[in-house]
Design a protein around this ligand. Structure first.
Ligand code: CP
Length: 372
């Protein structure tokens, strides 16, 4: 049995220390949100349809995904031969890694991606060290940061913070890109990019027609929501959500996919991995996201046991956004040479994909396109 809170509202944003500021800023932001998805898209997309902020996987299109995939491949290859050139590519740009919620790989891979390109970077990993403790509002904090940096990578417990940050930028005279590094339970778009890269590379460039099984906490797994929406851009995708009923895929994600991608087949399963594994090309494991509520016991049938590899396609891949826990058999980590176990490579891909993302956002992609 699982216990969790479902209320993720605007209250996680710090509107200001006094009532007048709180009321005013909140009303303005609510007015922006009331413009709906088309207003948010206008904020996030450039005139050519490519993203200016990286807030949600729903803003990606195939052109952008292809571009990031190709750029990541070029960057990896070119870095091997000429790391010095790459390390100067974005040395005139700076980024703040603004993490108000814990992270290992997203923070570290963003930080290393910036180092690879020579981006100057600073970090805030706890707001206890910032002037938040003196009552500075989130809007003032964001505008302060944008005075010094050329992009903000943000992680925050609110499912609205990335939208709020993008909106704050659009209200200012120094609009810099906001990159959502995982805000609340709804979206983790750069994880979706690295997952997409890992899938596409593993299937020799093919994404169309794949059957992808998401296992575990499909309700609160922001990586699940972002990747499922991204994959629904492709043709004849089957998404199988395998979870206990308490952790079933959220309605927002289902509605989005049904409305935007009629060719995507959605299957919901409650019977665990074993009865389904032989039908899947990709198994995407997730842990119980109990930071959003009380801990539950992970049912055995939703754990990936080593013996399930015998039933899994020889061409399939086993993914996990990490951190992993009891849902992954520890014996899996002691297997060498099984090319289906891609989750450590998936993690490393995050660094390269995020480096490619900065090259794109800072308009340096063209310097890598034809070099290999
Ligand atoms: N995948 C992921 O977001 O991991 P971290 O929380 O460690 O950044």
């Amino acid at each position: 049995m699982y216990f969790f809170k479902r209320a993720f509202n605007l209250e996680n944003i710090f509107w200001g220390a006094n009532q007048e500021t709180k009321t005013f800023v909140k009303k303005e932001f609510n007015e922006f949100l009331s413009g709906g998805e088309s207003q948010i898209r206008d904020l996030c997309l450039r005139e050519d349809g490519m993203p200016r902020h990286i807030l949600s996987s729903t803003h990606f299109n195939k052109k952008f995904l292809d571009y990031i995939y190709t750029l990541t491949k070029s960057l990896k290859l070119f870095h091997r031969g000429n790391p010095k050139y790459v390390s100067n590519l974005c040395s005139d740009y700076s980024v703040l890694n603004y993490f108000q919620q814990s992270s290992s790989r997203t923070f570290l891979s963003f930080s290393m991606a910036q180092s690879l390109l020579g981006v100057r970077k600073e970090e805030v990993r706890s707001i206890e060290t910032s002037s938040f403790t003196k009552g500075e509002s989130d809007i003032d904090s964001l505008r302060t940061i944008s005075s010094y940096f050329d992009a903000i990578v943000c992680r925050h417990p609110s499912s609205y913070y990335h939208l709020f940050a993008g909106w704050v930028m659009s209200c200012s005279e120094r609009e810099i890109p906001i990159i959502n590094a995982g805000c609340g339970i709804k979206e983790h778009p750069t994880q979706a990019l690295l997952d997409y890269f890992t899938i596409k590379e593993s299937f020799s460039g093919r994404v169309n027609g794949l059957t992808v099984g998401f296992v575990g906490d499909c309700l609160r797994g922001r990586t699940v929501h972002s990747l499922a929406k991204l994959l629904s851009l492709f043709d004849n995708i089957t998404l199988v959500f395998i979870s206990p009923s308490e952790l079933s895929i959220d309605n927002d994600t289902l509605t989005y996919i049904r409305e935007n991608s009629p060719s995507t087949k959605i299957v919901i399963k409650r019977d665990g991995i074993e009865p389904n594994v032989s039908n899947l090309d990709v198994v995407y494991m997730t842990r119980i996201q109990d930071e959003w509520g009380k801990k539950g016991v992970y049912p055995e049938e939703f754990c990936f046991k080593k013996r399930l590899l015998d039933k899994f396609s020889p061409d399939g891949i086993l993914m996990h956004p990490m951190p992993k826990r009891e849902e992954m058999d520890p014996a899996l980590d002691f297997i060498k040479g099984d090319k289906r176990l891609v989750y450590w490579r998936q993690q490393r891909n995050g660094m390269w994909v995020r480096a490619a993302l900065f090259a794109y956002l800072f308009n340096r992609g063209n310097q890598l396109e034809n070099l290999n």
